[in-house]
Design a protein around this ligand. Structure first.
Ligand code: GRF
Length: 235
């Protein structure tokens, strides 16, 4: 198996980056992490990547006159890494249209809400304010519209009575760390592809593989929530 070289773009903490790196530590995982690029020199994720001996590169927005020029520099860095797939993991900048178009179908993002609900920022606060009983996260192909690309996989979590932004964010983040490696796997294997603005799935030899497309986590129980007991629903 030829593993797909994947670059990760971050701006901050890097916990989703770490989840992808840990998944790719398995030689049977279909993607390998070629390197990490950050627009923020102080991103905590950079230290984690360095500690794991991954090539890291900082491409600061301030060093370029326009968004397009910044994106071109990132694109050069991606070429240098030989990247075939780009995974945005808390990358907090809007990408220019030429960049998105160049990588269309090969660039994915994780968003902390069940799209198409709650695009943009402050998703957990808005989900609480809306009185949602179910919230979650989405991995999607990146298109020129922000948080709007074809959905690859989603994870749903309950909104519990008494939740605040922090408790809800923590529950969603735990699900993100499960979901992103599953979704990258599907893209790297070519089982989830973007065609005509839609995600097309193929090559599922076994119905159980559908479990990679959605996760319901955690399973509420009488004794509260056991985050380790992820309930994967299979048809
Ligand atoms: C995550 O919640 C992700 O969904 C969003 O930004 C956050 C990044 O967190 N796009 P981390 O840097 O991966 O810890």
């Amino acid at each position: 198996m030829k593993r797909k070289r994947t670059a990760i773009l971050i701006s901050g903490r890097g916990s989703n980056m770490t989840a992808l790196v840990e998944a790719a530590a398995d030689p049977d995982y279909p993607a390998e992490i070629a390197g990490v690029i950050s627009d923020q020199p102080n991103a905590a994720g950079l230290g984690i990547a360095v500690a794991r001996n991954l090539p890291v590169q900082v491409v600061r927005r301030e060093d370029f006159g326009s968004r397009e020029a910044h994106d071109e520099a990132i694109d050069d860095a991606l070429s240098g890494l030989g990247a075939e797939i780009v995974a945005l993991a808390g990358y907090m900048r809007l990408l220019s249209a030429p960049m998105v178009q160049k990588w269309q179908g090969r660039m994915i993002n994780i968003h902390p809400a069940l799209l198409p609900a709650f695009k943009g920022l402050d998703t957990h606060r808005r989900a609480l304010e809306a009185g949602q009983r179910i919230h979650g996260c989405t991995v999607h192909f990146v298109t020129t519209e922000v948080d709007d690309g074809p959905i690859i996989a989603q994870a749903a979590v309950p909104v519990m009575i008494g939740d605040d932004e922090a408790t809800l964010a923590a529950r969603v983040l735990k699900a993100e760390h499960q979901l992103y490696p599953l979704a990258l796997r599907l893209v790297a294997e070519g089982k989830a592809r973007m065609e005509n603005g839609r995600t097309v799935f193929s090559g599922f030899g076994d119905e159980r593989e559908n479990a990679g497309l959605f996760i319901v986590a955690p399973r509420p129980s009488r004794d509260g929530i056991d985050l380790e007991q992820l309930a994967r629903i299979t048809p």
